[in-house]
Design a protein around this ligand. Structure first.
Ligand code: CTP
Ligand code: MG
Length: 221
């Protein structure tokens, strides 16, 4: 088994509004990207990572990941997360058997979750995603902002990363569908391949807003 983690880190971080790409925002003296990559490698089952960086920050991200030596590679990302993952996937070694896709913005994901995703694919799953129950009621609303429907919350899940795939399955999905998606499993679903779920973890939260950053800082204290 050869496990490679793709780390989309090429976003601008508009909602965080730090003035630098989100993956380069420091928490406890180190960029989110460093926390994320270190966490993946510390799980012990990920052999290497391919990071998709903003084109203007490939050199900076390469430098901050020097600690990982040959275990980390940085490639220029794309204009959407999907494009960034596609470019990173293209840079994964051909003999890769298991691919994880993990947002740099989920920088404090516990090693146990990474291990659980890899173990599930190693155990025969084509695709696996970590999920959490939905705490709030979710409404579907129309363009005018009026409620159109209330889906049963019991059937809904919040989706996290790392998402894990048999490499051949993820490559097939990215070859088949050129359009953008918010999660990689969405493309695999369209192939008709079953996607398994495992319990996610609150610490695998995506840092999107200044509030999320404050929560992450509090977790680390
Ligand atoms: N991402 C990427 N390439 C893009 C856009 C996003 O690699 N063109 C990555 C981000 O760097 C992040 C992950 O996808 O690690 C999830 O995206 P998101 O949380 O939306 O991050 P940003 O796009 O940076 O934030 P925003 O949407 O607020 O600008
Ligand atoms: Mg974004």
């Amino acid at each position: 088994m050869s496990v490679v983690a793709l780390v989309p880190a090429a976003g601008r971080g508009e909602r965080l509004g730090a003035g630098v790409p989100k993956a380069l925002v420091s928490v406890r003296g180190e960029p989110l990207l460093v926390h994320a990559v270190r966490g993946l490698l510390a799980a012990g089952c990920v052999h290497s990572v391919v990071v998709a960086a903003p084109v203007s920050d490939v050199d900076t991200m390469t430098r901050v990941l020097a600690f990982a030596g040959s275990h980390a590679r940085v490639v220029p990302g794309g204009s959407s997360r999907t494009q960034s993952v596609r470019l990173a996937l293209g840079a994964a070694p051909p003999d890769t058997t298991v691919v994880l896709v993990h947002d740099a913005a989920r920088a404090f994901t516990p090693a146990e979750l990474v291990k659980a995703v890899v173990a599930r694919v190693d155990g025969g799953a084509d695709a696996v995603i970590p999920v959490l129950p939905v705490a709030d009621t979710i409404k579907r609303v129309d363009a005018a902002g009026r409620v159109a429907a209330t889906p049963d919350r019991a059937d809904l899940r919040v989706v996290q990363t790392p998402q894990g795939f048999r490499a051949e399955v993820l490559r097939r999905a990215y070859d088949a569908y050129p359009d953008a998606t918010t999660d990689d499993a969405g493309l695999v679903e369209r192939l008709g391949v079953p996607v398994d779920t495992i319990p996610g973890h609150p610490y695998a939260m995506k840092i999107t807003t200044p509030f999320d950053l404050a929560v992450a800082e509090a977790i680390l204290r």
